[in-house]
Structures are given as C-alpha cells and as structure tokens.
Design a protein around this ligand. Structure first.
Ligand code: 5GP
Ligand code: MG
Length: 192
C-alpha cells in the first residue's frame, strides 16, 4: 500500500474535496432553473453519457418538471488511466428516436472535448430539432477539440477528480462529493 501523506476526512483515497455534497446539490438546483429558462415548459429529450453522468443526470432531471424523455449512450472510457488516450468509441448507441426532438446532451466532465464532439456529431446526424449540451464539470484548460457547453456546473483546474458518478477504474462513483484522487493512487507517472 502506498503511504498517504495527505488525505481528506471524506474518504481516505481523496487528497482533497473539490465540491461537497451540499455545493453540488445547490449548483444542480441552479442548473435546473437555467434549463427551465431555456426550455420553458417544453418537452426535451435527455441523452446522458454513461456511466459518468448517471448521478448528475438523475439529480438534474428531478430539478425540472418539464416532460422529458431519457436515453443513454455509452462511450469507451479511459480504462484504468487518468488521461484520455486515443479516440473515444461508441460502445452502445441511442435506442429512442430523436429526429425533430429537442435534445439535451449531458456529460459528467468536459476535458479534451473529444467525447462530447463525437456524441454531438452523432446526434446532429439524426436531425434533432435542436441540441444543447450540459456538463457538470469543465476542465477548460485541457481542450484539444474546441467545444463549449451551453450549461456548465463548475469550471475546474486540471486535476483528476472522482465521486458523484466520476470514477477511477470504476471505483468512487458512489462518493456524494467530488474530490481530487490522491496522486499516489493514480497511474504510474509515465502515463500521466
Ligand atoms: P474528453 O473526451 O473530453 O477528454 O473526456 C471526457 C470524459 O473523460 C468524461 O466523460 C470522463 O469520463 C473522463 N474524464 C475526464 N476528466 C476526468 C476526471 O478528472 N475524472 C474522471 N473520473 N473522469 C474524467
Ligand atoms: Mg464519461
């Protein structure tokens, strides 16, 4: 076991907490209001990029009372690494018809921009009435493909974060807060 110089009381594997459960809840509620301002009472179709956006999507959906439809799309992930490598691939595509529908694409975090660009391109080909994008976290400084989301929960620095749906090797998704994973538990340095 690596020695841990610095740990958070929330979870021993976290170096620090970036957003507490209460801060996330407050911001998600505000995002709900922003969505209502954009969509009025109208219906829209949520496309959630799983697994990462599961918690955020579930909580955000309950902050709005518009009629909504939901579909999920699965994109190949980082595997056990903390930096995105190669080109993301669609592992499981949409199952409901989104033609002529207002689509809200939701992801947990916008990093290089490759994942959301891929999914937004796929949605655009299916001729929706409109498409907007919503991400909980935005690592603006890491963008390789230019992309700005319409709704952003928090802008964050370039740190690898876990919790509230975000994982490292499929773990930590169930943490109620978002925190920086202790670097000693991350990739070997040559991968970083
Ligand atoms: P992008 O394609 O924009 O580089 O990466 C987006 C995806 O990478 C996100 O959906 C998320 O799964 C993953 N990702 C990017 N940064 C982080 C991070 O700090 N923590 C975790 N757990 N996943 C991240
Ligand atoms: Mg993801």
């Amino acid at each position: 076991m690596p020695t841990r110089s610095k740990t958070s009381k929330e979870h021993p594997d976290l170096e620090s907490v970036m957003f507490t459960e209460a801060q996330i809840k407050k911001r998600v509620r505000e995002l709900g209001r922003e969505l209502r301002a954009a969509y009025g009472q109208g219906e829209f179709t949520i496309v959630s990029i799983i697994n990462g956006a599961v918690m955020f999507t579930a909580d955000l959906m309950r902050e709005i009372d518009n009629p909504v439809r939901l579909d999920c799309i699965r994109i190949s992930s980082y595997a056990d690494r903390t930096k995105s490598v190669g080109t993301p691939q669609i592992v499981h595509s949409l199952t409901i018809d989104i033609a002529k529908r207002h689509v809200l694409l939701i992801d947990d975090i916008l990093d290089t921009g490759k994942t959301i660009t891929l999914v937004a391109g796929l949605i655009a080909k299916l001729r929706p009435a409109s498409m907007k994008t919503c991400v909980l976290l935005d690592k603006q400084g890491r963008r390789e493909v230019p992309f700005e989301a319409d709704f952003v929960g928090f802008k964050i620095p370039d740190r690898f974060v876990v919790g509230y749906g975000l994982d490292f090797a499929e773990r930590y998704r169930n943490l109620p807060c978002i925190g920086v994973l202790n670097p000693k538990l991350q990739n070997p340095p040559e991968w970083a």
